[in-house]
Write a protein that binds this ligand. Structure first.
Ligand SMILES: *Cc1c(COP(=O)(O)O)cnc(C)c1O
Length: 339
């Protein structure tokens, strides 16, 4: 089986398992788990923020950030295909009581002009804008990198209107490794950031949110309210430390495999996609002569697992647990099916 469904399917490394076994532990709800504390300090430093908080998932991290930044009845500006809007089961509406204001981006990039246009005036008929969310890399756009200059322009608009920015940086290390832009340059344009350990970094569980100290203190209370206060959480945080120490640079291998795959698939007339849209580890293709469901099934019959994105696209995500020969096999199978 060649699993290209996601980079979340990656299994922890031996070194992670050993670190988990040996982790020094305490009760993190009392703030006494030394391994969690060490991970949070490392993460805050790497993100260029005052403080950080370990949370069970990326979704909880994003939602804790939305809850902390906003008031019910306010409006959150975000990209129409963003994870927070598209894939979190309306959590921001359900928990934070906010109204999303989805705006269409290009390759996941929101223009600063559009963001400024969407910021509400002070008027009792209108919900006050409370937050702007960005996503980098952008998942549904195909793992695309939001260029630093675009983030800086949105940041200038946010500063002018005194609004916070939350970055869904589930794959911010992919953006940094592929572009050569330091993570801290991206996060300097945002008030808070969430990133995932459980994607390409291959740790089993967990995410970080990082931001100003008072933001993280309030976020800790929201995490507790949502049931995300974990006790001897150092056992999973230990894998996160190994992820930060050993798994960032190797994301370049995933990007090279995605590039190799994209260049080969781009030669197949039966697929409609632009290989230039592939920036990192995600390749999204559109079959011309068959349904996506049919393509997904034919691949699966031959041991290749992908995500069918209805109505017309199939997503392949390279990751630590597939190597170049798996990618070559995938290309051969595509040729066989599309014939
Ligand atoms: C995966 C992902 C998340 C959510 O992470 P989970 O740990 O699965 O809840 C958030 N944002 C983006 C862009 C993601 O790809």
């Amino acid at each position: 089986m060649i699993d290209l469904r996601s980079d979340t399917v990656t299994l922890p490394t031996e070194e992670m398992r050993k670190a988990m076994f040996e982790a020094e532990l305490g009760d993190d709800v009392y703030g006494e788990d030394p391994t969690v504390n060490r991970l949070q300090e490392m993460a805050a430093e790497m993100m260029g923020k005052d403080a950080a908080l370990f949370v069970p998932s990326g979704t909880m991290g994003n939602q804790v950030a939305v809850l902390t930044h906003t008031e019910p009845g306010s409006e959150v500006i975000l990209e129409a295909d963003s994870h927070i809007y598209y894939y979190e089961s309306a959590a921001a509406s359900v928990f934070a009581g906010v109204q999303p204001r989805p705006l269409a981006g290009k390759r996941g990039v929101l223009s600063a002009e559009l963001v400024e246009w969407a910021i509400r005036q002070d008027d009792i008929h209108l919900p006050p804008t409370s937050l702007i969310c960005l996503e980098n890399t952008h998942n549904r756009a195909g793992g695309t990198i939001v260029p630093l200059e675009d983030m800086q322009k949105v940041y200038a608009v946010a500063c002018k209107h005194n609004l916070p920015i939350h970055l869904d940086g589930a794959r911010i290390f992919n953006a940094s490794v592929a572009s050569g832009v330091p993570v801290k340059d991206f996060t300097a344009c945002t008030t808070s950031v969430q990133f995932c350990f459980s994607k390409g970094l291959s740790a089993p569980v967990g995410s970080i949110i990082a931001g100003p100290r008072d933001f993280i203190e309030q976020a800790r209370r929201w995490r507790k309210r949502l049931g995300g206060g974990m006790r001897q959480a150092g056992i999973i945080a230990a894998a996160g430390i190994v992820a930060l120490e050993t798994m960032i640079d190797r994301l370049a291998d995933d990007h090279a495999n995605a590039r190799f795959l994209a260049d080969a698939l781009a030669l197949m007339k039966e697929l409609d996609f632009n290989p230039e849209d592939v920036d990192t580890n995600i390749v999204i293709v559109k079959p011309v002569n068959m349904s996506v469901r049919q393509l997904g099934n034919e691949l699966e019959k031959r041991g290749i697992f992908t995500v069918v994105m209805e109505p017309d696209r199939v997503r392949l995500t390279t990751n630590k647990d597939v190597d170049r020969s798996d990618i070559e096999k995938t290309i051969t199978v595509f040729r066989e099916i599309l014939g």
